[in-house]
Ligand binder design. Structure first.
Ligand SMILES: Nc1nc2c(ncn2[C@@H]2O[C@H](COP(=O)(O)OP(=O)(O)OP(=O)(O)O)[C@@H](O)[C@H]2O)c(=O)[nH]1
Length: 295
């Protein structure tokens, strides 16, 4: 059998489960997830090698109308992902709405084959509800395939992969077969810290946070890694919220992030977190790109 590979862009509104799906397909945490919208800030590639096939999944930030500098760069990143793709998976979790128009326009404009993926079927009562969603989307576009799934329960993922094989192209693989992502180790670490922050903070705090690695030192002999990370927020009040009473919240975020990083890198991790205020950083393009977003 000849080797095949291809780029599949995952597109959809915020919070429909794109990152959960990519992690379920790859079988490892590539993209952070959270119940808060706009968790994903930049393009993340997840690589799945199965037999002769290599699927390169491009996770994109949920498309939305941008309100600030960071939002604009997230939106551009989602649009750029379409230009490189061989096919698009449009992930949805409810019937077609007016707010889906922005995505519809872009997929039509791309002229790429589109697979409609109806996620979260575990939350639907019966098949009639799935049919209602399908019918609403069939009215607006001619999809190549429609696959109902649950990324959380890993339902129908095999069927989804079988569907996607059709869009891979014969030729050498894009990445070495032991790669699961093209993210750097630094980026995976800071994203895990950001994920924990998203779980433990509310309202405007999650979206005002950036995480940067100050340093990380690997000790081969002891199989340990010392990581110093900086959490940047926009206001003094947010710094207080993050640190919490007697520093308890920051400690909990640090402990859980350390465990997650430990799972990926399989070594003892020492993690120190620091919080710094940088007023209005999301509207400063230089800072947005310095913090690794919008590239
Ligand atoms: N019940 C159920 N919940 C799901 C499923 N897939 C994802 N979720 C939940 O939906 C929420 C959003 O998931 P994410 O994977 O972060 O969504 P996303 O589309 O990547 O979100 P953005 O990064 O904001 O664009 C999380 O709370 C997930 O646990 C599913 O199949 N079933």
């Amino acid at each position: 059998m000849a080797s095949k590979s291809g780029f599949i862009a995952i597109i959809g509104k915020p919070n429909v489960g794109k990152s959960t799906l990519i992690n379920a397909l790859i079988g490892e945490k590539i993209a952070i997830t959270s119940p808060k919208v706009q968790t994903t800030r930049f393009r993340i590639t997840g690589i799945l090698n199965e037999g002769e096939n290599q699927f390169v999944f491009i996770d994109t930030p949920g498309m939305h109308k941008p309100y600030h500098g960071l939002g604009k760069s997230m939106d551009k990143s989602a649009t750029d992902a379409l230009m490189d793709a061989d096919a698009i998976m449009w992930v949805v979790d409810q019937t077609y709405r007016r707010t889906d128009e922005i995505i519809l326009e872009r997929i039509k404009h791309s002229h790429l084959p589109v697979i409609l993926v109806i996620n979260k079927i575990d939350t639907l009562e019966n098949k009639a509800e799935i049919d209602k969603i399908i019918i609403s989307f069939l009215k607006v576009h001619e999809f190549k395939h429609i696959v109902p799934i649950s990324a959380k329960d890993q339902t129908h993922l095999t069927q989804l992969k079988e569907t996607l094989v059709e869009y891979l192209v014969e030729g050498p693989h894009y990445y070495p077969d032991d790669y699961v992502t093209d993210q750097t180790d630094e980026s995976r670490m800071t994203e895990i810290i950001r994920e924990r922050i998203l779980y433990y903070t509310e309202q405007e705090v999650p979206h005002s946070v950036a995480v940067m690695l100050e340093s990380f030192k690997f000790n081969e002999e002891l199989n340990t890694m010392d990581i110093d990370a900086l959490i940047i927020v926009e206001r003094d009040s947010q710094k207080g919220i993050l640190i919490g009473k007697n520093g308890e919240k920051l400690k909990r975020i640090g402990t859980e992030a350390r465990k997650e990083i430990n799972k990926i890198f399989d070594m003892k991790i020492h993690l120190s977190l620091w919080v710094k205020v940088k007023k209005d950083w999301r509207n400063d393009p230089t800072t947005v790109s310095r913090y690794g977003y919008g590239k």
